[in-house]
Design a protein around this ligand. Structure first.
Ligand SMILES: [Zn+2]
Length: 330
């Protein structure tokens, strides 16, 4: 019966934006119900996946869930009647065929809220020092709405959570919000703008037990997730999160596929130790080719390297990763 769904999905696919097959039994495209992200035209959060003998549509943006048959009725009415007819002939719909149970897939719809009551860098004037700093680092313009400008860091941080006993010697910083998958603020990092700052990054967690992971609200956990070392580096690699502390248990997220992308520093004991640990845990890691000199994703992107493609072609696991690692650190 699966065959019929596939046939009709194929017929309907012409009207679905950014339609593609992810793996056997899973397709993704822009959600035709909510229109998906307005800002990120490449985001596809509508999914069709097989459940037992049936297929189900679900959008991870608006949360709508439909049986495949209702999905066709809504989005491809020109082929729907024919589909029903064929299934009827096949005997898989009609009187005594039970309807698939969708309740297990229904979740609350998500609405993105602005989590930080500060000005995002995207709306600042180009001559503003914070925006200049970000653009100077090569951060893509369409990512600037994920960073905020804070004129008095300590003072503002204290309004979120009593953190600093004294607000003297305050400075201005870029705020990197750490959100949960639904976009609720869990904490934030303040990145110093001045090169003289004693602490370049200060991390404040509103809830100390929350995972110190940046980007949870931006990833699609149905596809491969990259775990990188710095929040700003993560802006250079699609579908990535960044560690903002060392004590995050990645396994607790139950992601189907993830890859560790550590900095390119073969002589750093700290990095090679982390790589060894990940490899021993059976995880996938990226081991950079020797001809790359840049130490992090940001520098690589600025050096004209196609970060995504280098990352994708240098993923290792298990014994192969061990060999590659010993080769890399020489
Ligand atoms: Zn939707």
């Amino acid at each position: 019966m699966s065959y019929l769904d596939t046939k009709y999905l194929n017929l309907a696919s012409a009207t679905l934006q950014k339609y593609k097959k992810l793996k056997p039994g899973v397709w993704t495209f822009r959600c035709p119900y909510c229109g998906d992200s307005k800002k990120h035209r490449n985001k596809t959060r509508g999914y069709i996946f097989s459940v037992k003998a049936d297929h189900v549509f679900k959008c991870h943006n608006c949360g709508i869930t439909r049986s495949f048959s209702n999905f066709l009725k809504d989005n491809a009415p020109h082929v729907y009647d024919e589909y029903v007819m064929e299934r009827y002939k096949e005997g898989t719909i009609g009187g005594n065929v039970p309807k698939p149970d969708l309740t297990q897939f229904v979740s609350k719809p998500k609405f993105k809220k602005r989590t930080v009551n500060l000005e995002p860098l995207s709306s600042l004037n180009k001559s503003h020092q914070a925006k200049k700093y970000a653009l100077g680092r090569g951060i893509p313009e369409d990512k600037l709405d994920r960073l905020y400008y804070c004129p008095e860091f300590k003072k503002w941080a204290n309004t979120q959570k009593k953190t600093f006993s004294s607000t003297s010697q305050d400075d201005d910083r870029i705020i990197i919000p750490i959100n949960d998958p639904d976009g609720n603020l869990l904490g934030f990092q303040g990145r110093a703008l001045s090169s003289k700052a004693k602490m370049r990054y200060i991390t404040v967690m509103l809830d100390e037990n929350a995972p110190k992971l940046y980007g949870l609200d931006e990833i699609n956990d149905q596809s491969t997730i990259y775990i990188v070392e710095g929040p700003l580096d993560s802006l250079f690699l699609d579908n990535s999160v960044a560690m903002c502390g060392s004590d995050v248990d990645i396994r607790s997220f139950n992601w189907s596929d993830y890859i560790w992308v550590y900095d390119n520093e073969p002589r750093s004991r700290q990095i090679t130790d982390k790589l060894s640990k990940s490899i021993d845990a059976g995880d996938k890691v990226v081991i950079w080719p020797k001809n790359i000199e840049q130490k992090d994703l940001n520098d690589m992107a600025n050096g004209g390297i196609n970060v995504k493609s280098v990352v994708q072609s240098n993923v290792y696991q298990g014994l192969q990763a061990k060999l590659q690692l010993s080769n890399w650190r020489i």
